[in-house]
Ligand binder design. Structure first.
Ligand SMILES: Nc1nc2c(ncn2[C@@H]2O[C@H](COP(=O)(O)OP(=O)(O)OP(=O)(O)O)[C@@H](O)[C@H]2O)c(=O)[nH]1
Ligand SMILES: [Mg+2]
Length: 428
């Protein structure tokens, strides 16, 4: 949905004149985009009317007609997508529930990973006593996410497992993974009630996959009645075009989306941020996701120093800054001020495109450790990418300079507890 709406908005933005016909075209395009994402038609129709009405009003001082329309679209989309949750990094017990295959177990691993990276001691309890291998699946995830684990391979009563797990595990943050069902039947209701009684959870999150579209609304309402959910995790946003529909449906039913899952790996979890989605759709640069990343690094500086900042990350970083078109701006805000090596701040989109080809011609090994790229490798990469050897060498140099800078940045500014100072330096 987000890409589609973004395209429609770009189409509108590139118009020379904004007249009634242009607004109508934009409304039609966005209608189609939202309906394809399985957003409720009544809501789509309301949004369309709001945009049409607002566009007829006098343009506020200081705005062009185009900006006025875009601002209206922005506000409307933001309303549709609900609020950004407040995710506190504090000790708590979370129960995950949902239907078969929603992504509960995977999400359990992702959430403990998220909190561990932010300094909490974590634990997982396997309360899915129905599905064979559920125990092993969670145990493996616990190992990957460095969480404590409690489960009983042949247990029958989930609430008993939770009771014993709570005694065994010593952690700040505990997640209980429950069993799925085809539907929210009386058995599942009872099971959740029993588990809740012994666990006394701070949060009960309903896990739903993006592809269920607007039926998320009824599901959220039913689980709310049965289990008193305090939030929702929408998974598989990466593999469905209906994610937008789920997000809108949740906002409508009053269920707050807390996290979204964007892939199968532990790191593929994001705090739900509607403002970010909307600003991305409207093509505005966004510092918030950068800050998220900074925050993650702050409690985990080893990862950066261990060479996690490979050419691949470098490429992603380059792409994100040019997309936003604000390399300069961003660099000015950084703690090292204007001390950026000149040639880094002179990165042009053209150059970055060239670099992208160069990186695509490298082997995984070379991307991980560019220091192995000797003369003959430079030659090969140059031939493969259709770029000059000079450009290949230049890229490696840029990468090194950036990595050095990141290392310094890390050591000086990201020490535990120093985030606040850093935020201030960043101008927040
Ligand atoms: N692409 C993608 N796949 C996901 C995501 N979250 C989970 N999956 C996949 O979805 C499948 C089901 O995930 P599980 O975590 O086992 O789901 P579950 O709700 O625990 O399933 P049951 O315990 O059988 O009810 C697995 O193959 C996961 O890898 C996601 O955000 N993106
Ligand atoms: Mg499971």
């Amino acid at each position: 949905m987000f890409d589609r709406v973004k395209n429609s908005i770009q189409k509108f933005s590139s118009r020379a004149a904004v007249d009634e016909e242009a607004v109508e075209q934009l409304v039609k395009d966005i209608q189609r985009d939202l309906i394809q994402a399985d957003v409720d038609v009544t809501l789509v129709s309301q949004l369309s009317n709001e945009i049409r009405e607002e566009a007829k009003q006098e343009t506020p001082k200081g705005l062009s007609k185009k900006e006025h329309v875009l601002e209206t679209v922005y506000n409307q989309l933001e309303d549709l997508l609900g609020e950004k949750p407040e995710i506190q990094i504090k000790p708590q017990k979370i129960l995950l529930c949902g239907l078969y295959g929603a992504g509960k177990t995977t999400t359990a691993g992702k959430i403990v990973d998220y909190y561990r990276k932010r300094g909490l001691k974590t634990g997982l309890i396997a309360a899915d006593t129905d599905r064979p291998a559920a125990y092993e699946q969670l145990e493996q995830l616990a190992e990957k996410a460095e969480a404590e684990f409690y489960g009983e391979p042949d247990a029958e009563d989930p609430s008993k497992v939770v009771e014993r797990g709570l005694r065994e595990i010593e952690a700040d943050l505990i997640i209980v993974d429950s069993a799925g069902r085809n539907s929210l039947d009386s058995e599942l209701k009872q099971e959740l009630t029993d588990v809740k009684e012994v666990l006394n959870p701070d949060e009960v999150y309903l896990v739903m996959p993006a592809d269920i579209g607007q039926s998320a609304r009824d599901q959220a309402q039913n689980f709310e009645e049965a289990a008193g959910i305090t939030g929702v995790v929408v998974t598989k946003m990466d593999s469905s075009a209906k994610g937008g529909g789920v997000l809108v449906a949740c906002a409508e039913s009053g269920a707050q989306v807390k996290f979204i899952g964007t892939g199968e790996q532990l790191r593929d979890l994001e705090v739900y941020d509607p403002v970010k989605y909307v600003s991305e759709m409207l093509g505005q640069p966004n510092l918030e996701s950068l800050l998220e990343k900074v925050e993650e690094l702050e409690t985990n500086p080893e990862e950066l120093l261990e060479g996690d900042f490979t050419l691949k990350e470098f490429k992603e970083q380059m792409e994100s800054v040019t997309q936003a078109g604000m390399m300069e701006e961003m660099m000015k805000q950084m703690p090292f001020g204007g001390k950026m090596p000149d040639n880094i701040s002179q990165l042009t989109e053209e150059k970055i495109e060239a670099y992208t080809y160069v990186i695509d011609s490298m082997t995984d090994e070379e991307i991980k450790d560019p220091s192995i790229i000797n003369k003959s490798r430079v030659e090969r990469v140059s031939n493969g990418s259709g770029r000059t050897e000079q450009e290949v060498r230049e890229l490696i140099k840029h990468y090194r300079q950036t990595k050095n800078m990141m290392d310094k940045f890390d050591k000086n500014s990201m020490k535990r507890g120093n985030l606040q100072g850093m935020m201030q330096k960043l101008g927040f």
